[in-house]
Design a protein around this ligand. Structure first.
Ligand code: HEC
Ligand SMILES: [Cu+2]
Length: 343
């Protein structure tokens, strides 16, 4: 090695080391290496088993390689080495050894495939998950809840997601909860898990599904049973009575109900609000104000962001199936006031 190369090598080496170590720092919002459900642990166990096997193979192979390179290197004045053709024992050994190692990989892999096949015990909480371009719909038949993007589940109770799609193929993936599973139209896939710690776990559609695929986030909110029960109670509570709305909110409700031109631009054509409308093309808004984010995790759910969204959804989410309706600032203000009441 030339001496002037040493600083360059040292610089590249230390930058790589820093990047490598930085990758070890938390938090780990979307890391499959920090599981928090039985499904997650099953995958993590498998990963670790294979990792240690692979490390063993790496150490043996690299040590032999380094030994041979050093021991049999060319030395000045040495005659050429003898030629060797075939060695049955060696060849049989290096065919059999990988086959045996692969058995040790295959058995736990197949066991894990069956352990995580989506079958759930009696009494599991069933939730229908429907992928849409580019948001997630969740239906809880047990409670009659329909919501979007934020999946609430109780800690410790088995949950089974029944996945399907309203359009193209999507894939539900919350890495700390478990592996990906496709959501396909006219087909039902199942994903079962029991979450063991309370918290908010981030996820993402994992199957390219068009323009805003990268903006199709999701969140799994694992709650202890009393918080979950409180959430269920709030979601099943009747919507605000019309006579308790303020003047501004009432104008918002009227805007919401208005039949626009073209009619497909009316809020009620696409959105359901219990007791008011039954649209199914967009998220159910009956309790929209109870969600922490809007537009599949893109924006915190507050008045300013709701106004931005209503003004021009495509500016936030390119290709969004919600059109820019051409609302005036006053109309937006009233609509936002109304939507904020839908807790
Ligand atoms: C042509 C159908 C359509 C019309 C009309 C429509 N929306 Fe939407 N809306 C959608 C879709 C689809 C989404 C989901 C967008 C996404 O996240 O990709 C959405 C999202 C929303 C959201 C965010 C909800 C959430 O939980 O993320 C709000 C709030 C909303 N619409 C309000 C309205 C209001 C108010 C009107 C009427 C002024 C309206 N929409 C008109 C289809 C529509
Ligand atoms: Cu996608």
């Amino acid at each position: 090695m030339h001496f002037h190369r040493v600083p360059l090598v040292a610089a590249i080496g230390s930058i790589s080391l820093v990047l490598f170590l930085v990758a070890c720092g938390g938090p780990f919002p979307q890391s499959a290496l920090h599981p928090t459900s039985d499904f997650g642990y099953a995958l993590d166990d498998l990963f670790r088993t294979i990792f240690w096997l692979a490390l063993g193979v790496f150490v043996v192979v690299e040590s032999l390689l380094v030994y041979v390179i050093v021991r049999y290197r060319a030395r000045p004045g040495q005659p050429p080495p003898p030629r060797v053709h075939g060695n049955t024992l060696l060849e049989a050994a290096w065919t059999l050894a990988p086959a045996v190692i692969l058995m040790f990989v295959a058995v736990p892999t197949i066991q894990t495939v069956f352990r995580t096949d989506g079958s759930a015990p009696e009494g599991a909480l069933e939730i229908d998950v429907i992928g849409h371009q580019w948001w997630w719909e969740y239906r809880y038949p047990e409670y009659g809840i329909v919501t979007a993007n934020e999946l609430h589940v109780p800690r410790g109770r088995p949950v089974v997601l029944k996945l399907t799609s309203a359009d193209v193929i999507h894939s539900f993936w919350a890495p700390r909860i478990g592996g990906k599973r496709d959501a396909i139209q006219r087909r039902q896939n199942r994903l079962a898990f029991t979450a063991d710690s309370v918290g908010v776990f981030m996820g993402q559609c994992a199957e390219f599904c068009g323009e805003s695929h990268a903006r199709m986030g999701l969140r799994v909110l694992v709650q202890d049973s009393s918080d979950f029960a409180a959430w269920v109670a709030a979601q099943t509570a009747p919507p605000v009575p019309e006579d308790s709305l303020t003047e501004l909110e009432r104008r918002g409700l009227e805007e919401f109900r208005e039949i626009r031109d073209p009619a497909s631009n009316s809020c009620i054509a696409c959105h359901a609000v219990q007791g008011i409308s039954a649209g199914v093309l967009g998220p159910n808004l009956t309790h929209v104000a109870s969600r922490g984010t809007i537009a599949a995790g893109m924006l915190p759910n507050d008045s300013a962001n709701l106004a931005r969204w209503l003004r021009d959804p495509k500016a936030i989410k390119p290709g969004s199936k919600m059109p820019a309706i051409g609302l005036s600032t006053d109309e937006i203000e009233a609509l936002v006031a109304y939507l904020r009441r839908l807790r």
